[in-house]
Design a binder for this molecule. Structure first.
Ligand code: SF4
Ligand code: SF4
Length: 160
């Protein structure tokens, strides 16, 4: 007798929890939220905007004069816990002052090793790098995941 009672109470309990779940689903189905957050990717590639807190790959913004803010100080390289950044620097004549100074040659970034931890961004004293918002990183050749962040022919902005 006990087993029969337990059987029916389990069935009733199951039906109750099923009704609870379906009632929540039904409410959302009938009263859809004003802001639909489901993204129809990849159809929305042109309009898709990633949220501000999203961390994509490390990028180095350049202004319209092909100038960046990287002094080659190596703070980001030292802050990176897994060696994803390599700074190659040189001592060269600064054409604005005519004096020799340390400057960046190549800011090398290994996306394949990067964990998007943000530590390099926090370490940079001149805000030269930031986390980009793009997210499609698939490539056929792994070497394409190693990038030089300072563009060819670019230089340090005058204020720095
Ligand atoms: S985000 Fe983190 S892992 Fe990636 S390069 Fe910066 S410090 Fe290194
Ligand atoms: S990106 Fe910033 S921290 Fe890294 S070398 Fe350039 S100035 Fe220094």
């Amino acid at each position: 007798m006990k087993a029969i009672i337990k059987y029916f109470s389990d069935v009733l309990g199951g039906m109750y929890t099923l009704w609870q779940g379906m009632s929540i689903t039904g409410k959302h189905f009938v009263r859809a939220p004003k802001e639909i957050i489901t993204q129809e990717y990849p159809d929305n590639r042109d309009t898709l905007k990633m949220m501000d807190r999203y961390r994509g790959q490390v990028i180095m913004p350049h202004n319209e004069n092909n100038e960046h803010r990287c002094t080659g100080c190596q703070a980001c390289e030292m802050a990176c816990p897994n060696g994803s950044i390599e700074i190659v620097w040189k001592r060269d004549i600064d054409e604005r002052t005519g004096k020799k100074k340390k400057m960046i040659d190549k800011h090398i970034y290994h996306l394949s090793m990067c964990t998007m931890c943000n530590l390099c961004i926090l370490a940079c004293p001149t805000d030269a790098i930031e986390m980009g918002k793009d997210f499609e990183y698939a490539v056929y050749d792994r070497s394409e995941l190693t990038k030089v962040l300072n563009k060819p022919g670019s230089r340090l902005v005058e204020q720095l």
